[in-house]
Ligand binder design. Structure first.
Ligand code: DX5
Ligand code: ZN
Length: 219
């Protein structure tokens, strides 16, 4: 069976206490930390860069680093992020670069390559990459901000992908909560990014356990 994984998104952390927030996410028993890198030419916002990936590696070396590049030219930065400690590197298929080449570059840096698809992009556009990546991230909000509403219209993409690749890791990102993760899991997802839902909880461990319980109870 594919492993269920919960990934808090650092975007929703209290930036005044970043190291403590990283340790709080690790202590919650989450499987990995999701790190959102934003380029304002690609999404209507900015976040952080490779130094924060390196901070996570220094602060919590054993906490797996899943890095989401919302960038127009991710190909120019793959090396920098791998060097900083990114273990999975996710690139958007909507980026302005050769995606096949970028996937190869990620692998040759020793990281795990993944592709990401935006809500507006038809799922068939993933077909050329299905045999080249270890994981696919289906955006369930328009990328750029945390705290948005889950877009249920993205769910059929998960079913399509699950049918096409029964063993693939399929992740969702955006609007995750105790209800929407179950909808996503029913459609085929096995990895769940949650930003505001998890960092907004006083007891993150209890929230992570709660999500796992909901996902385990599914038929
Ligand atoms: C959105 C980011 C997400 C974000 C999700 O552009 O890619 O990772 O942190 O936040 P929530 O879970 O609050 O929707
Ligand atoms: Zn993300």
């Amino acid at each position: 069976m594919r492993k269920i994984q919960i990934l808090p998104s650092l975007l929703a952390a209290d930036y005044g206490r970043l190291a403590e927030e990283i340790l709080r996410a690790e202590a919650s028993g989450a499987d990995a930390l999701h790190l959102d890198m934003m380029d304002p030419n690609f999404v209507p916002n900015m976040s952080f860069g490779p130094d924060i990936v390196a901070l996570v590696r220094r602060t919590a070396p054993a906490f797996y680093r899943n890095v989401h590049l919302m960038m127009r030219r991710p190909d120019l930065y793959v090396g920098k992020f791998a060097e900083a400690g990114a273990q999975t590197i996710q690139v958007h298929i909507e980026a302005d670069c050769d995606i096949h080449e970028t996937i190869r570059a990620i692998r040759s840096c020793g990281a795990r390559p993944a592709v990401v698809i935006n809500p507006e992009t038809p799922v068939e556009r993933l077909r050329p990459y299905l045999d080249e990546v270890d994981e696919i991230l289906v955006m369930t909000v328009r990328p750029g901000h945390g705290g948005q509403k889950f877009m249920t219209q993205c769910l059929p993409k998960l079913s399509w992908l699950r049918e096409a690749r029964p063993e693939m890791d399929l992740m969702i990102d955006g609007g995750a909560n105790e209800e929407t993760v179950v909808q996503a899991a029913d459609a085929g997802a096995n990895q769940f990014v949650a930003g505001s839902y998890l960092f907004g909880k006083k007891d993150m461990k209890c929230a992570v356990d709660g999500l796992r319980e909901r996902l385990a109870r599914k038929p």
